[in-house]
Design a protein around this ligand. Structure first.
Ligand SMILES: OC[C@@H]1[C@@H](O)[C@H](O)[C@@H](O)c2[nH]c(CCc3ccccc3)c[n+]21
Length: 451
């Protein structure tokens, strides 16, 4: 038996170490230089939609401080940086006229990353749909596949070659469950009939963007999904069925169409008469070959049957569990299980862990500029070890992006949750690397040996 302290956690040569952010959460200045509003600009300015009415008007002011942020990434020795582009900076009306100043912001950012030896991973869509397209039905309008392919093509033409790892969508599950079923996220709909239509159209748009990339691009493109492994609370038939429904709804609903060309059977059971008929042509468009999958992992769910709508499944708090500030159980084994499950279910497609991290109640910046975040270090260490275990089991994991580079706007929770390895003072906008950033830097420098 290996005692943990003497196990060698060295990662494979070429493993890509980085951190992740998203446009709306860090940039600020949402309407600068000709940009159009997004559904998040609109949602956050709608009274009651976000904690304390927090908006992305300033956020981390990355829109002006991007050079300093790249310098911080270099100082930490990051090899890669995952970020997203705000669609409505590029196409203020969602389609048609290109806003050159919007393109220039991202072109300069990419050049600065490359000049500092940092590989960009670009996410086309991280939830901030142009408001002009929402006015035309947004993800409920089948035309969204063409809109998204047009937007992607503008970026492919401008950046491909400098950007060699592209992501179409970040977490279609959250976009749909949050934005169309439960209404906690923009555009704030709560509709059992809309949710499956939005899901299906998002995946059609993913397929259309991959097809557009194959026509314009020469490098790699993939999809990012959040996976939350489901463990039955008991072996009762009710809990086992609920666990199966929850797994299909969150974890298979998007990977099955993207990689197998079909939806899991449980979805018709969950949505009943609201589950739409889908054509074979649609399923062929969705199942475009991709070069990698991005998996965002935070926690697991011990699952039991309940009367929740429409899933009839809920998670059970673990009395002996450790929980983060967002109420997520710290369960690193779930990441190993998720990576092995993906390989066993979908095959040897390369995997990047494109998000992993935790919000804990960090202390204020102490004298001398230290932010002690031991719980975050413990979380990251355990999850990196969990990835190493999956690699040892033969899973082809190519990289890890810590969520997040910076404390930032946690959507409807506003600025109340800090996920960053770098502290941001929202008054002064001063950045202070936390202990976790220094620790992560050492892990990267030792290729994981120091884990
Ligand atoms: O909540 C932290 C981050 C967000 O700031 C990112 O924008 C987003 O990509 C993102 N996704 C998740 C996982 C969503 C999730 C967690 C647990 C259960 C269900 C869904 C966590 N996060």
């Amino acid at each position: 038996m290996h005692l943990t302290q003497d196990k060698d956690y060295r990662f494979p040569e070429g493993f890509l170490w980085g951190a992740a952010t998203a446009a709306h959460q860090i940039e600020g200045s949402p309407l600068a230089d000709g940009a159009g509003p997004s559904i998040w600009t609109r949602f956050a300015h709608t009274p009651g939609m976000t904690l304390n009415g927090d908006t992305g008007d300033v956020a981390c002011d990355h829109y002006h401080r991007w050079k300093e942020d790249v310098r911080l990434m270099r100082e930490l020795g990051l090899q890669a940086y995952r970020f997203s582009v705000s669609w409505s900076r590029i196409l203020p009306g969602g389609t048609g006229r290109v806003n050159r100043k919007g393109l220039d912001f991202y072109s300069r950012l990419v050049d600065e990353l490359l000049a500092n030896g940092i590989e960009p991973l670009l996410t086309l869509y991280h939830w901030d749909l142009p408001a002009a397209l929402d006015d035309r039905g947004g993800w409920l309008n089948r035309d969204c596949a063409d809109w998204f392919a047009e937007y992607g093509s503008v970026l492919f033409r401008e950046l491909d070659g400098r950007v060699k790892k592209w992501v179409t969508l970040n977490e279609p599950w959250v976009i749909t469950d949050g934005g169309y079923l439960h209404g906690a996220l923009a555009p704030g709909h709560r509709n059992r009939y809309e949710a499956p239509i939005a899901s299906h159209n998002l995946m059609r748009a993913h397929g259309a963007a991959v097809q557009a990339y194959r026509a314009e691009g020469r490098h790699d493109i993939g999809l990012v999904v959040n996976i939350e492994p489901k463990y039955p609370a008991s072996d009762s038939s009710g809990d086992l069925a609920a666990t199966r429904r929850a797994h299909a709804y969150m974890n298979e609903q998007y990977l099955h169409p993207a990689l197998l060309g079909r939806y899991p059977d449980e979805l018709a059971e969950i949505f009943g008469d609201a589950w739409p008929q889908v054509s074979d042509a649609d399923m062929r468009q969705i199942r475009q070959p991709i070069d990698f999958i991005g998996i965002n992992y935070y926690t697991r769910a011990v699952t039991r049957a309940d009367d929740s709508w429409p899933l009839r499944a809920g998670s059970v708090r673990q009395p002996l569990g450790t929980y983060t500030e967002t109420g997520w159980e710290v369960f690193p084994q779930g990441l190993t299980d998720t990576l092995v499950w993906f390989r066993d279910t979908y095959g040897d497609l390369p995997i990047y862990v494109t998000e992993n991290g935790a919000a804990f109640f960090d202390p204020p910046v102490a004298e001398g500029g230290r932010v002690r975040d031991p719980l975050r270090i413990d979380y990251l260490r355990k999850h990196l070890r969990a990835i190493h275990d999956a690699i040892a089991a033969g899973v082809d994991v190519r990289g890890y992006m810590a969520w997040s580079l910076l404390d930032n706007l946690e959507w409807s929770l506003g600025y109340s949750k800090r996920f960053g390895i770098i502290h941001v003072d929202y008054g002064t906008l001063e950045r202070t690397p936390k202990d976790s950033a220094r620790w992560f830097s050492g892990i990267i420098g030792s290729h994981g040996r120091a884990l």
